[in-house]
Design a protein around this ligand. Structure first.
Ligand code: DX5
Ligand code: ZN
Length: 257
């Protein structure tokens, strides 16, 4: 585990504008771990879904790519239907990397998605799509590419239950975590708390393992998508437990922005 200079969450040393009440909120957040099915063995997807459920993970992350918004194709709503039928109690967290997420959001909600997250760089009416997702009974989420600044997401915060900070360029699994995204998640957490949204899920996606999860947690992230680092393990439960513990220990520690 990486060492941090500041180990006492009550005594932040980085430039930090959060009150002690805010810190108490940060310390109460649940830590959520979401394995990404993109890194699964596609030869036995329903078995892989069972492995995720048995690991104690909080939800299954589904990466939907349209070969237009990102230069890759993954899978469609039928895989969400399969996952939901295999494990109705495992929440599905759907990440739409699509230029036109509006119509597909409904398809994934009908397939059983608990959360549908769209990119703020998509071409559809973002606010209308988020409102529609909520109206249809799912949690709306918004996500931003690495080059998109944190303040672009602020107008949408009242409309969402989750902000997904991409910590790699979307499109492929197995990439290296971008440390430069840490101040972005800290800023989003801080602004969300200022707006009274202390239950907002601040999620990270790309290059997440126990070490990078702890860094993100220290900067206010409480939900962690992990593909290759979890699926490559024989014992996924041990990996989920280790990531959860590492994140819980670090949560809120370095909330300088
Ligand atoms: C990237 C996807 C990620 C990906 C993460 O476009 O959004 O969810 O599966 O994979 P790892 O954890 O391997 O970086
Ligand atoms: Zn994703």
């Amino acid at each position: 585990m990486q060492q941090r200079s500041n180990s006492d969450p009550q005594q932040p040393t980085t430039q930090n504008c959060v009150s002690r009440d805010d810190l108490r909120n940060y310390q109460r957040m649940d830590i959520n771990i979401l394995p990404s099915l993109l890194a699964a063995d596609f030869g036995c997807l329903s078995e892989e879904c069972r492995r995720v459920a048995a690991s104690g993970a909080d939800a299954l992350h589904l990466d939907i790519m349209d070969a237009h918004f990102v230069p890759n194709l993954s899978f469609g709503p039928d895989v969400a239907v399969m996952a939901h039928r295999t494990l109705p109690s495992l929440p599905l967290n759907v990440h739409l990397m699509m230029t036109h997420p509006q119509n597909y959001a409904t398809r994934f909600i009908e397939a059983g998605a608990a959360t549908v997250t769209i990119h703020l760089e998509a071409a559809d009416d973002i606010a209308a799509t988020l409102s529609d997702i909520r109206k249809r009974g799912a949690h709306p989420g918004i996500t931003l590419k690495p080059a998109t600044p944190a303040d672009a997401v602020f107008p949408y915060l009242p409309l969402v239950d989750e902000v997904l900070v991409m910590t790699v360029e979307p499109g492929y699994g197995g990439q290296l975590f971008m440390e430069a995204m840490l101040p972005k998640m800290a800023m989003i957490r801080r602004v969300a708390n200022q707006l009274g949204m202390d239950r907002l899920q601040v999620m990270v996606d790309g290059g997440i393992n126990a070490v990078t999860a702890a860094d993100c947690a220290a900067h206010g992230a409480n939900a962690f998508v992990a593909g290759s680092s979890l699926f490559r393990l024989k014992d996924m439960q041990a990996g989920v437990n280790e990531m959860r513990q590492a994140a819980a220990n670090a949560y809120g520690r370095d909330l300088g922005v």
